[in-house]
Structure formats: structure tokens, C-alpha cells
Design a protein. Sequence first.
Length: 130
Amino acid sequence: MIKHKTTIRVRYQETDKMGIAYHGNYFTWMEVARIHLLDSINCPYTLLEEMGYFLPVISCSCEFKIPAKFDERLEIDVWMPRAEQARINLEYLIRRDELILAKAKSSHAFVDKSGRVVRPPQDFTVRSRG
């Protein structure tokens, strides 16, 4: 299993009039964490694209527990429990200190430039196993 931790600071533009982060931003923060996870295994998304691989989101969900607010520092833990044949399934835990603000999941298919589902590159499979 591969894991990574990313820190996010809630920006003013990401909040509403009450200073609470808009729920759609959680998916952006998840993307930031996902990109950092790929970087951490020396498989940056830009390299995958150069090799002709893309990882569109095929499903995502988020369970909101406590709102994030302007200027808070959040930690986003992301992990991939196991490598699959043509997709990656990720889980996220968004926290402020020890408080869990949200739990989320996303699934991504490996596709080529034409959108056809393909197996991931061999390097990715090896790196994702840890």
C-alpha cells in the first residue's frame, strides 16, 4: 500500500460568506493530494501523460463530517490499498489536527489518448506496490 500526506491551507476564495469551505473544494484538495502521491512514487502525472496514459475520474464520493474554515491548515492523507489491473482506487482522510473533517474515495481508470481502457505501465505497477 502506498500512502502520502499533503497539507492544504484553506484560502479565502474557497469559502462562503460564513467562512466555511465550499464542499466542491474538497475534490480539488483530493486532486492535489493524488498528484503528490504520484510524485512520491516517482511517477508524476505529467510523465504518465507523456507516455500516453490518462487517469480520468470514474467515481468519487465524500462524506462530510465537520466543515473546514478559512485559513485552517488541513492534512489530507491519501492511500491506494492495492493496485488493480486497469484502475486505481484511492481513499482520503481530510483532517484538522486530530479532527476528521471528511472521508472520501475516488476511482480512476487508465486510458489511452483515444479514451480506451488500458493496463497501467509496468513501472507504475512496480512502484505502486511500494
